[in-house]
Write a protein that binds this ligand. Structure first.
Ligand code: ADP
Length: 426
C-alpha cells in the first residue's frame, strides 16, 4: 500500500518526521488536517483551540494559504459550530449550513471559502475538551457519515497528544528561563553581599582588636566574643565569594611547588586548640617513602592557599561533627600520579540518603542542623571547587553513627594540573 491509499500510514510517517528532539507543533498539526481532509473527502480542515483567557477559540492549524489570516481571528464560543462542539463536548454534523445558524460566517469572509457542510469533533485530553477538529464541504455535496466521525475522532486523539506535548515543551522552556534568571540573581546577590560586607567586617575586626589591646583585661571576654563572631562572619563571606568566583570563572590559581606534607601539618596545627577544647584527638600521619626526602615526594604544583581552604573545611567539619572524646586523623600518602589526603573522624557520620548531595552548595544534613551548627552548607562545595581546579578529585565515605572519611587527590605532575585548569581559568 502506498501513501495515497493508506493515509493513516502516511500520517504515521509524518508524525515520526515531526517528532524530532522536540515537536514541531505547527507542522504536525498541519499534517493532521491534511489527512483529515483526505480521509473524509473534504475541501478543507482546521484545528481550533481555546485561547489563554478561555473566551474564544483560535486557529491552531488551517489550510496554509489561509492560515495567516485565520490565525488572528477570534471565534466566539457561543456563535460558531466549533464553539458549540467545544462547549457541548460532542461531535456536530451540519449537512447544510444554510439551514443552521451555528456557523460563524466571518470565517468564510476571511478564508474566502464558502462553507456548505461541517463536521466537527472535540479534541479531548484527560476528559477535558482542549480544542476542535473540523472539516468542511464534503466532496460532491455528499453527506458526512458515521465513518467520517470515527476517522476524525481518531485524528483528534493524535492532535490532543501533539497539543499536550507542545504545551509541556513551552512550560519547560519557561521554567528553564526562570531558573537561569534565578541563578543569575543569586550570583549577583552573593557578589554584592560579600563585597558590601567585607569592608564593615574588616573595620569591626580592626577596632575590636585595637580595643582589646588598649583595654588589657578589662572587657576582654566581650571583646573576644565580638572578634570571634566577626571572624566567623568573615569566613562565611569568604566562602560565599570563593564559590562565586569559581562559578563565574573569576578564580585564578597561583601555582607554585608546594609541600603537601608541610601544608597539612600547618593547617592541622591551627585546629589543635579547637580540638583540645572539645577533647578531640587530632593527629596527622605522613606516610613517607624512606627513599625519597619527605619534602620532595609529597610535592605538588598547586595553589597553597586554595588547598589550605579545602583542607581546613574538611578538618573543621570533622571536629564539628564529632562528639567530645572522639578522634580525627589526617593521613597523607603518595599513590601513583597523585598525593592522597584523607580526613577521618569517628563522629556522627552522614545518612546514606544525604551522601549524594553533601557537596552541593547550601546543602546541610537535616538532622545535623538540630545540633545548631552555624555553617551554611558551603564548606564542602568550596573544598570540591578548590580541589577540582587543581585537576584533583574529592569524595566522601561515611557510616551514620560511626564516622566519616573525606579524601582528596592532587595530581603530582605539573602538566596534569595545568591541563585541567587552563581552559577554564586562563
Ligand atoms: P557546613 O558549612 O554547613 O558544615 P558543608 O558543606 O561543609 O557545610 O557540609 C555540608 C553538610 O555535610 C554539613 O552540614 C553536615 O551535615 C555534613 N557533613 C560534612 N562533613 C561531615 C562530617 N565529617 N561528619 C558528619 N557530617 C558531615
Amino acid at each position: 500500500m502506498n501513501e495515497q491509499t493508506n493515509p493513516i500510514g502516511h500520517l504515521l510517517v509524518e508524525i515520526t518526521r515531526h517528532l524530532g528532539p522536540t515537536l514541531d507543533e505547527e507542522a504536525f498539526l498541519q499534517s493532521i488536517i491534511a489527512v483529515a481532509s483526505e480521509l473524509t473527502n473534504s475541501e478543507a480542515a482546521s484545528i481550533l483551540v481555546s485561547d489563554e483567557e478561555g473566551g474564544h477559540l483560535r486557529f491552531a492549524a488551517a489550510p496554509w494559504f489561509h492560515h495567516e489570516a485565520l490565525r488572528k481571528l477570534e471565534v466566539p464560543l457561543d456563535r460558531s459550530a466549533a464553539g458549540w462542539v467545544f462547549t457541548h463536548a460532542e461531535p456536530l454534523v451540519i449537512q447544510d449550513v444554510a439551514q443552521d445558524r451555528r456557523h460563524y460566517k466571518t470565517i468564510d469572509e476571511v478564508s474566502g471559502i464558502q462553507t456548505r457542510s461541517i463536521l466537527a469533533v472535540p479534541i479531548f485530553f484527560r476528559g477535558k475538551v482542549i480544542g476542535v477538529l473540523e472539516v468542511i464541504n464534503k466532496e460532491g455535496g455528499a453527506e458526512y457519515a458515521e465513518e467520517d466521525i470515527a476517522a476524525l475522532e481518531t485524528l483528534a486523539m493524535l492532535a490532543a497528544m501533539a497539543l499536550y506535548i507542545a504545551s509541556l515543551e513551552r512550560r519547560l522552556t519557561r521554567m528553564s528561563q526562570q531558573l537561569a534568571e534565578l541563578d543569575q540573581m543569586k550570583a549577583d546577590f552573593i557578589a554584592i553581599a560579600s563585597h558590601e560586607l567585607r569592608t564593615p567586617l574588616g573595620l569591626i575586626l580592626g577596632h575590636a582588636t585595637f580595643l582589646r589591646e588598649m583595654l588589657g583585661e578589662a572587657h576582654r571576654e566581650q571583646l573576644d566574643t565580638i572578634i570571634r563572631n566577626a571572624e566567623r562572619l568573615k569566613e562565611i563571606v569568604e566562602s560565599l565569594s570563593n564559590v562565586e568566583n569559581v562559578q563565574s570563572g573569576m578564580a585564578r590559581l597561583r601555582l607554585r611547588e608546594i609541600s603537601i606534607a608541610r601544608l597539612v601539618e600547618e593547617v592541622a596545627s591551627s585546629f589543635q586548640k579547637e580540638a583540645q577544647r572539645k577533647h578531640i584527638t587530632l593527629r596527622v600521619k605522613i606516610h613517607a617513602d624512606e627513599n625519597v626526602p619527605k619534602e620532595e615526594h609529597l610535592t605538588v604544583n598547586g595553589d597553597a592557599e586554595k588547598i589550605a581552604i579545602a583542607l581546613s573545611n574538611l578538618i573543621d567539619n570533622a571536629i564539628t561533627f564529632t562528639n567530645e572524646g572522639g578522634h580525627v586523623a589526617i593521613a597523607v600518602e603518595r599513590i601513583p600520579d597523585y598525593v592522597k589526603v584523607s580526613v577521618t573522624d569517628d563522629g556522627i557520620g552522614i545518612p546514606a540518603k544525604d551522601m549524594p548531595r553533601i557537596f552541593e552548595r547550601f546543602y546541610q544534613v537535616e538532622s545535623h542542623l538540630t545540633r545548631r551548627h552555624g555553617g551554611m552548607g558551603l564548606g564542602l562545595s568550596v573544598a570540591k571547587a578548590m580541589i577540582e581546579m587543581h585537576g584533583g578529585r574529592i569524595w566522601a565515605e561515611s557510616v551514620e553513627g560511626k564516622g566519616s572519611t573525606f579524601t582528596f587527590l592532587l595530581p603530582l605532575s605539573a602538566e596534569q594540573t595545568a591541563a585541567t585548569t587552563s581552559p577554564f581559568f586562563p
